[in-house]
Design a protein around this ligand. Structure first.
Ligand SMILES: Cc1ncc(COP(=O)(O)O)c(C=O)c1O
Length: 368
């Protein structure tokens, strides 16, 4: 059986350290908003080359509170892509913020700057643009930033799938006004539960985000703005601090696995992931494309290989977003991708023999 993710394996590899972290944190008796959170925030900001990061309860909350900290209010419009996890839009739409959608590039699945320009021209007054570094591949940040500057929109990166990915040599999360990260367990940097982070170089955004996550207070019992209770807890922060020390090593292992897949699958009809020359892909997911996607997934399941689809239904075709008024055919590149994409097993502890056995099963599918 080859699983798509395998969190038990990572736990067992780090069991002693994690038990020690649990023990030390519990002995200190501080569980929410303590020194571990502060230390992780400083470490993560340093890792990204930024001044600030803010630990919050999830990646969704990082988009929600990060977006609000960047100045979004009810009635504003944001632009993002249709082929992202629903959280990218659902973080903000319940606050009266309208998502406008922009199709993607077919080979990297990230925002197409050509389409973005048309949308910024047509939909005047978009306040925030949210490119998603999907599957671990960076979006075209230079083009997106230039266009947004021309049209007066700020940029907010959804980096929930791209911890440690590089755009032109610099870690993503540092290319807009702010960025959101998810620390959901399966992510490249994941904790043992829900968690998220907002990253920024802007002091005002940082201070507002810090207040928003803690009932809108800057000092105790002074609630200047309406906020939330969405904080990263001490145990998760301590675990993330430890796991951050081997994030780059984990990403190297993911890239090595991607290489084995590339070699093993190069002679099959599958379309393999693309890495642009300016990008350092961190393969949060290894997503291939096939016109026989569903048959292939069923075949692999029979052979003991689990796969998933990220994501089978684009945002504009989801029931919750019917009211946006989009229809089938509006985003052809995303729609075609959603019919063909398949995520193969990918996690740092995946063994070479396991990757080779997945490749062998795929080859057997095509020669059946
Ligand atoms: C692109 C993207 N954005 C946002 C999120 C939301 O993160 P979380 O699950 O931590 O709320 C995810 C997580 O799956 C994601 O993949």
């Amino acid at each position: 059986m080859v699983k798509i993710f395998n969190l038990e394996r990572e736990y067992l590899d780090n069991r002693e350290q994690l038990i020690d972290i649990f023990d030390r944190t519990c002995r200190r008796g501080e569980f929410v908003m303590g020194d571990e959170v502060k230390a992780f925030e400083a470490d993560f900001a340093r890792y990204l080359g930024l001044s600030f990061s803010v630990g919050v309860g999830s990646g969704t909350d990082a988009i929600r509170m990060g977006g609000l900290a960047c100045g979004l209010v009810a009635g504003d419009k944001v632009v993002t892509t249709p082929n992202t996890y629903v959280a990218t839009v659902m973080a903000l739409s319940p606050h009266g913020i309208t998502p406008v959608l922009c199709d993607i590039e077919a080979d990297t699945y990230t925002m197409d700057p050509g389409r973005l320009e048309e949308i910024l021209e047509k939909e005047q007054g978009i306040k925030l643009c949210i490119p998603v570094h999907l599957y671990g591949h960076p979006a075209r940040m230079d083009e997106i930033n230039t266009l947004c500057a021309d049209y007066g929109a700020s940029v907010f990166e959804d980096a929930c799938q791209a911890h440690g990915a590089l755009y032109k040599g610099r870690r993503v999360g540092a290319f807009g006004l702010a960025a959101a990260f998810s620390f959901y367990p399966t992510k490249n940097l994941g904790c043992l539960g829900d968690g998220g982070g907002i990253a920024t170089d802007n002091r005002e955004v940082y201070e507002k985000a810090t207040a928003l996550r803690n009932y809108g207070q800057k000092t105790k019992h002074a609630h200047e703005i309406e906020g939330f209770n969405s904080r990263l807890d001490e145990l998760q922060a301590a675990i993330l601090r430890y796991k951050l020390t081997y994030l780059d090593e984990s990403n190297r292992k993911r890239r090595a696995i991607a290489e084995i897949y590339r070699e093993g699958l190069k002679d099959t009809p599958l379309v393999l992931p693309k890495e642009r020359e300016w990008a350092h892909h961190v393969y949060h997911l290894y997503v291939v494309r096939s016109t026989e996607r569903d048959e292939l997934a069923t075949y692999l399941k029979e052979k003991g290989v689990t796969t998933l689809i990220h994501y089978p239904t684009p945002i504009h075709l989801q029931g919750a977003y019917r009211s946006l008024g989009y229809k089938l055919g509006d985003f052809p590149v995303s729609e075609e991708a959603s019919r063909q994409i398949l995520s193969l097993p990918m996690y740092p502890g995946l063994l070479k023999e396991e990757v080779e056995s997945v490749c062998a099963s795929i080859k057997a599918f095509y020669s059946r």
